[in-house]
Design a protein around this ligand. Structure first.
Ligand SMILES: Nc1ncnc2c1ncn2[C@@H]1O[C@H](COP(=O)(O)OP(=O)(O)OP(=O)(O)O)[C@@H](O)[C@H]1O
Ligand SMILES: [Mg+2]
Length: 453
């Protein structure tokens, strides 16, 4: 059963329930009110009859015409004596006399059903002084009342049925109106699935000021993100294959050269072997970086541990100082900062940043550590070539290098900062670069301190 059918069935069932409840209440309310007034009327009539003095004297009960003056259509009046026998009885409807005679000592009103017809009976004691000498009984056919109730019942049934039909037709229309965008969403999703292309919902759906509008906007956002991700992935593949091609082409051409000429020319041979070896190294480095990138993209950090950041940075700085024979000084505010993270990843992060600072500058490098708005900040500052403001937004893109020709000599792949950004994001931190061409570059990394996490 579709959602639309389910909604229609449910709303119809609910409507039937409401109609039964409301109409049932109306019906019983009317029945109650009308019987009450009928009963009152009969009792009043009995009282009026008893005001006639002749009636209080049992010796006069056999006199003809005693009750005649009170008789109207569809009624019966009778006097029951102390023996329980009928003393006098007048009626216009013989069916009313069918009721058994009962001796009543108090006022009594009852509705009796005989052969599916309702009759109203009233019994009032006849008192002579304090003594009860008989019972005055009045009966009335409730035919008219019955007919009224039948009309009421028919009217209620017809209006209920009409309401049900109208609501069903209404539901058909409004459910079509409500379900149209959902159906459209479903069709769009199926098209995306079958064709493998990205599609968005048009403005008719996204401009709606309701949940369906929100759903459409969210859907479009999601598709937009997926498309962006997909394009990035494609771009990455294209870039990676392009980057891998260059060293491979170099290796290939030197190998060919070796094949053809190198046996004769020793100098050429040395050059070719050196070039092949350096390009192979480059290739290896690139593959390692690519694998690192994919690896850290795939897995979130699971085994977080407390890392003493100050010590870690000092050790990275001194090892870089040693291997590159460059001055790297660490300036701290004397405190030790601890964060939650993975030490190897953090070590790799600062290696990447220091490697850049060393590669793109020739003066001493300073690493500052301190706190800012409850977080720990690490700044790596160099006084090197710097980066133009227009280049800054792209530095974290994979394979992005400011000056391709220049970085080729320094051996850069353009993957360092992309990896660095991933590591920082995995540690829920932030990374920013501030740079001025010819003046220097400062990379700022911010982490949440342990107490805050
Ligand atoms: N401290 C810096 N000073 C000047 N330019 C920088 C600095 N750091 C990064 N850059 C620029 O940003 C580019 C991207 O840096 P990234 O570290 O991602 O790649 P890379 O250093 O070229 O290669 P690798 O993958 O080997 O790190 C660099 O090519 C360089 O042009
Ligand atoms: Mg780098």
């Amino acid at each position: 059963m579709s959602l639309k059918q389910r909604l229609m069935v449910l709303s119809s069932i609910w409507l039937v329930f409401i109609l039964v409840l409301v109409n049932g209440f109306t019906y019983f309310f009317v029945v109650n009110i009308t019987t009450k007034s009928e009963k009152e009327l009969m009792l009043n009539k009995a009282r009026t009859i008893l005001e006639k003095k002749d009636l209080l004297d049992p010796t006069l009960w056999s006199e003809p015409g005693l009750l005649e003056e009170f008789l109207v259509t569809n009624e019966m009046i009778r006097i029951i004596g102390r023996t329980g026998l009928i003393q006098q009885q007048v009626f216009t409807d013989p069916k009313l006399t069918a009721k058994q005679v009962v001796w009543q000592t108090s006022y009594n009103v009852e509705i009796v059903r005989i052969n599916k017809e309702r009759y109203l009976y009233v019994q009032v004691p006849i008192l002579a002084g304090n003594d009860q000498v008989g019972v005055l009984e009045l009966g009335r056919t409730m035919r008219l009342w019955n007919e009224y109730l039948d009309v009421l019942l028919t009217a209620l049934t017809i209006t209920s049925f009409g309401a049900l039909v109208l609501s069903f037709i209404g539901a058909l229309f409004y459910s079509r109106f409500i379900f149209k965008p959902i159906r459209h969403l479903l069709t769009t999703m199926q098209i995306i699935q079958n064709s493998g292309t990205f599609r968005k919902l048009d403005i008719d759906y996204t401009s709606r000021q309701d949940e369906l509008g929100e759903l459409s906007i969210t859907f479009n956002d999601m598709i937009g993100k997926l498309e962006e991700h997909f394009l990035k992935q494609q771009q990455f593949l294209a870039d990676a294959s392009h980057e891998l091609r260059t060293p491979l082409t170099i290796i290939e051409s030197y190998a060919n050269m070796l094949n053809r000429w190198a046996s004769k020319d020793a100098e050429l041979r040395t050059e070719a072997i050196e070039a092949i070896s350096s390009e192979t190294k480059r290739l290896k480095g690139m593959v390692t970086s690519l694998l690192q990138l994919v690896d850290s993209e795939a897995q979130a950090l699971v085994e977080l541990q407390t890392v003493e950041l100050t010590g870690l940075i000092e050790s990275v700085a001194s090892s870089m100082e040693l291997s590159f024979e460059r001055e790297v000084s660490v300036v701290t505010d004397g405190r030790t900062y601890t964060i939650l993270g993975v030490p190897e990843k953090l070590r790799q992060l600062f290696l990447i940043l220091l490697d850049n600072a060393i590669k793109y500058s020739s003066k001493p490098i300073t690493v500052y550590m301190g706190q800012e708005e409850g977080g720990v900040i690490v700044k790596i500052a160099d006084h090197g070539i710097g980066v133009a403001a227009s280049e800054l937004p792209h530095l974290f893109d994979r394979f992005y290098r400011v000056d391709r020709a220049r970085t080729r000599q320094t051996g850069g792949l353009g993957l360092g900062l992309a990896i660095a950004k991933q590591i920082v994001q995995q540690h829920k931190g932030k990374i920013e670069i501030d740079s001025e061409p010819g003046v220097g570059t400062t990379v700022k990394v911010k982490f949440m301190r342990m107490e805050e996490q």
